[in-house]
Design a protein around this ligand. Sequence first.
Ligand SMILES: NC(=O)c1ccc[n+]([C@@H]2O[C@H](COP(=O)([O-])OP(=O)(O)OC[C@H]3O[C@@H](n4cnc5c(N)ncnc54)[C@H](OP(=O)(O)O)[C@@H]3O)[C@@H](O)[C@H]2O)c1
Length: 313
Amino acid sequence: MLMDLKNKKILLTGGSGFLGSFIHEILTKRGIPESNIIIPRSEIDDLRKPEICHKVVQNIDIVIHLAAKVGGIGFNMEHPGELFYENIVMGAHLMEEARLAKVQKFVAIGTICAYPKFTPVPFHEDDIWYGYPEETNAPYGLAKKMLLVQSQAYRKQYGFNSIHLLPVNLYGPRDNFSPESSHVIPALIKKCIDAINNKDAFITVWGDGSASREFLYVEDCAKAIVAATEAYDKDAPINLGAGMEITIKDLIHLIVKITGFTGEIRWDTSKPNGQPRRCLDVSRAENEFGFKAKTNFEEGLAKTIDWYKAHQH
Ligand SMILES: NC(=O)c1ccc[n+]([C@@H]2O[C@H](COP(=O)([O-])OP(=O)(O)OC[C@H]3O[C@@H](n4cnc5c(N)ncnc54)[C@H](OP(=O)(O)O)[C@@H]3O)[C@@H](O)[C@H]2O)c1
């Protein structure tokens, strides 16, 4: 049965962020009035505090919980404590308060970083518990994974309608391009564009380029989350991906081609590669709520690069 979102009051935590801004747009296009979409901002409503979680869920029908502390490998290595603590407390308090406030549905956004370091490829949801995650992102991945445990436990004990989605690495316009905390695609795009602007002869890229990744265009992910909110009501976690895999070496060649950077690529092998391979089995999302990613990777990259060029200053 589809849940009709039209007259629902929706708490969209993280709605001001990269992914959240696209979900906000989709909900608005569906005709949901702005007054029914509540987006708490951390400066005023800090979700690490239980009393704030208590306040924001009152009279809410649906919670889509995206608020999180996130970053690329470097950020994860420098801030493991914050990433663990902030993500786990925000999620744990918010879900508990949502249950107490009799929220009808809680949509928790997890992460691919919850998977074991050496998960058989393609990653199937049933393999999520068979090993420790890759060390650089384990505190973040495990904090988010506890929300899956909480979801399943609350469904079992209280009949609470909570679902857990596992998006793969996202990319697209409005991504975070800050060198301190960006993910791999924005980081590489910025390096190429900066090098072109500064007429640098080379760029330096972390690792040896052998690791592989899957990337999902942010708007596709936002559509999947809204579709799951409407149509999915089970305890099993669901991968959200594009069903593709590309090595970092091939990725940088593609970004170099689209940006027009003609200099040398130097690999800094003293820096980690991160998880060796990432590619999801995406059949469950298709079977359960008909989600299939639409955006062609090269086209999505070109849109992201165009966006960055227009917003870099
Ligand atoms: N980006 C990816 O590649 C990716 C991949 C898989 C899963 N995800 C998941 O998708 C979600 C969104 O990621 P994103 O990349 O869109 O992140 P983002 O752009 O960094 O946005 C994070 C959001 O969380 C909010 N937030 C952070 N701390 C908060 C606090 N203490 N209280 C209230 N709000 C807080 C921020 O609000 P303010 O602006 O008000 O601080 C912001 O809106 C996260 O749950 C992330 O784990 C992302």
